[in-house]
Design a protein around this ligand. Structure first.
Ligand code: ADP
Length: 253
């Protein structure tokens, strides 16, 4: 005779991929972050916007463990970054956090496949050719594996950078102005790809952008003002984002 266990437990709400609490960071007398509380839900796409100097890059750098905050906490995938030694922080960054920049930061002497495999090499793993190829396939560039960055367009280089950021299957991908150096058409291709990675693979993504159209690809837009969260929009349209930004930029300091 068999007994059947009946599961009655309701699924627990999934913990955010990134949790930020009371985050503060100053540079001398300049307060870059002034008490930021934010959650980035697993499998969601968030855009971070705000006037120049509002703290967007500092937020991303602190959330990605590239900079230490003055105070407050950042938790990525359940691990508090504050308690980690430099070594453990570096390891966590390599394994659990992806980062793409406006300037693609590819190594010019390496092929696309070698650039993509770099994080695995840095982590002491011997990357298989298949792993790099698979990562390039995810960004639609498998046939360019042997090309060097100079043989690729800007949009293709950013897609290689994306494949490199994603090869370790990070808990979160941070993108700082990823389309800032791209023309309109190529930007849209990269943004569509980011959206597909969120929808198809549940890739948690946080992107800083100045562009309301880019922000409209996200599920949510968080606005920073003077180092604080100054509002947010869900299911953003480019028009609503632009209107909100105009309001913020026109507001007296
Ligand atoms: P944003 O990305 O929104 O333009 P930042 O995070 O780059 O804003 O900067 C927030 C504030 O912190 C600005 O006043 C900026 O000048 C200052 N800041 C940022 N990084 C540094 C740094 N390394 N040294 C000194 N000041 C900095």
């Amino acid at each position: 005779m068999t007994t059947t266990a009946v599961r009655t437990t309701a699924a627990a709400p999934s913990a955010p991929a990134v949790r930020i609490r009371s985050l503060r960071r100053r540079y001398g007398a300049v307060v870059a972050l002034d008490g930021v509380d934010l959650d980035f839900g697993a499998g969601t796409f968030t855009a971070v916007m705000g006037p120049s100097g509002s703290g967007k890059s500092t937020l991303l750098q602190c959330a990605a463990g590239l900079e230490r905050p003055g105070s407050g906490t950042v938790t990525v995938d359940g691990v508090g970054l504050g308690g980690l030694s430099e070594r453990r922080l570096t390891l966590l960054r390599r394994e659990r956090i992806g980062f793409v920049f406006q300037s693609f930061n590819l190594l010019p002497s390496l092929t696309a496949a070698q650039n993509v495999a770099l994080p695995l090499r840095l982590a002491g793993r011997r990357p298989s050719r298949a792993a790099a190829r698979e990562a390039l396939e995810r960004v639609g560039l498998a046939e360019r594996a042997r090309h060097r960055p100079s043989q690729l367009s800007g949009g293709q280089q950013q897609r290689v950078a994306l494949a490199r950021a994603l090869i370790t299957s990070p808990a979160v991908l941070f993108a700082d102005e990823p389309t800032g150096a791209l023309d309109t058409t190529t930007s849209r291709q990269v943004l569509s790809l980011l959206r597909e990675l969120v929808d198809g693979e549940g890739q948690t993504t946080v992107m800083v952008t100045h562009d309301p159209v880019a922000a409209s690809y996200a599920d949510r837009v968080v606005f920073l003002v003077d180092g604080r969260v100054g509002g947010e929009l869900t299911a953003p349209s480019a028009e609503r984002v632009a209107a909100h930004l105009t309001e913020l930029e026109g507001a007296p300091c």
